[in-house]
Design a protein around this ligand. Structure first.
Ligand code: ATP
Length: 353
């Protein structure tokens, strides 16, 4: 049965080489609903793996409490916790074939031969691995090995499934296939999942909730859309997707839209909760700007690159270089380096922090 997971004021401190105490994770609070897919996302060293390892029980916690459902699991050893971890390295047994790799945990639990066969067959079906039963891990591709690793975790029917960067060793195309597959299976089974990655597209495409971490703390949590469209800090805006930042001051309100005065004119932003006179940073996503031949908000193209589905521009504007993306570019309308352009800002897509 899928379980809720609660982290209450969880901290992990390490003593560094000079004997100084440093926090890898500091006072993290997190409530994960049963059946939810939650991703811990952040740059290298932000504490996501340490957090996952504390949930798994591989890492002692310095302070705080972890609950699976109503049970405090602080003192429960990893093999007794109702969770299974899928590792980046797959960690398959090289001397066992696919069937036996998947059956391994069930044999340790001393299930009957018949029960083991039934359970293994059921995950083999879910994972499309029926044709590979007899193969050894060395005879499988990276993607197939990852599937076996996932099948081995699923067969244990854990309350919580944990993933530590499971797709890092796969090539770009296979990563997309596998992430869709993991999400499909997770939804089909409805299992609570905590997934660690530093790849924002993986987090965006798979998660119900993304937890953005920075320096051992949670910077923001929310649905992929909230995190992308309503980042609370520059760090989040910059880490998820690309973002341009323009500094300004709130000058007034017009029809429910804030008027932000910037160096090169007024930007209108549909947003509440800011006061007149307040200094703000306008977050401008690359797709929130349309380039035309108009006469307002003028800028100059400094880079123009055709990427197939998009044309990627860099535009000198307001003393800085903005990254702007145009979707479905048409050859006759594409601007070249040196062209002067007018920037039209989509007020619904702009955001301020
Ligand atoms: N056993 C340890 N002893 C000392 N410091 C540690 C230990 N394990 C982790 N750290 C430190 O804690 C911080 C967080 O590490 P963690 O592995 O959780 O980060 P991460 O976000 O998962 O990074 P990555 O994506 O690189 O794996 C880092 O600064 C790391 O150096």
């Amino acid at each position: 049965m899928a379980k809720t997971v609660s982290l209450k004021q969880i901290s992990k401190a390490f003593t560094d080489d000079k004997g100084k105490l440093t926090y890898a994770v500091e006072k993290v609070n997190l409530e994960i609903e049963a059946g939810q897919f939650v991703t811990l996302l952040g740059p290298s060293g932000c504490g996501k793996t340490t957090t996952l390892r504390m949930i798994a029980g591989f890492e002692d916690i310095t302070s705080g409490d972890i609950f699976f459902g109503d049970e405090n699991v602080n003192e429960v050893p990893p093999n007794k916790r109702d969770c299974t971890m899928v590792f980046q390295s797959y960690a398959l047994f090289p001397h066992l074939n696919v069937f036996e790799n998947i059956a391994y945990g069930l044999r340790i639990k001393k299930l009957s031969q018949e029960a083991i066969r039934k359970k293994v067959e059921s995950v083999l079906n879910i994972m499309n691995l029926n044709d590979y039963l007899e193969r050894m891990p060395s005879q499988l591709s990276g993607g197939q090995q990852q599937r076996v690793a996932l099948a081995r975790a699923l067969v244990m029917e854990p309350g919580v499934l944990l993933f530590d960067e499971p797709l890092s060793n796969l090539d770009a195309k296979l990563r997309v296939v596998m992430r869709d597959e993991i999400r499909r299976i997770q939804q089909q089974i409805g299992i609570t999942t905590v997934y660690v990655t530093h790849d924002q597209s993986e987090a965006m495409s798979m998660s119900d909730m993304i937890i953005v971490m920075n320096k051992g703390k949670i910077e923001q949590m929310g649905s992929p859309m909230e995190i992308y469209q309503r980042p609370k800090t520059k760090f989040v805006a910059d880490f998820i997707g690309s973002a341009n930042f323009v500094e300004g001051v709130v000058k007034g309100i017009d029809n429910g839209r804030l008027l932000i005065e910037t160096h090169s004119g007024i930007l209108k932003v549909r947003r509440d909760g800011f006061k007149i006179g307040q200094a703000v940073t306008v977050v401008i996503r690359p797709e929130a700007v349309t380039l035309t031949k108009g006469t307002t908000h003028l800028g100059k193209i400094t880079k123009s690159i055709f990427m197939g589905q998009t044309q990627e521009y860099e535009v000198e504007y307001d003393g800085q270089h903005l990254q702007i993306t145009e979707h479905n570019p048409i050859q006759e309308h594409v601007f070249q380096v040196g062209h002067e352009v007018s920037l039209q800002f989509s007020e619904d897509s702009l955001h301020i922090i």
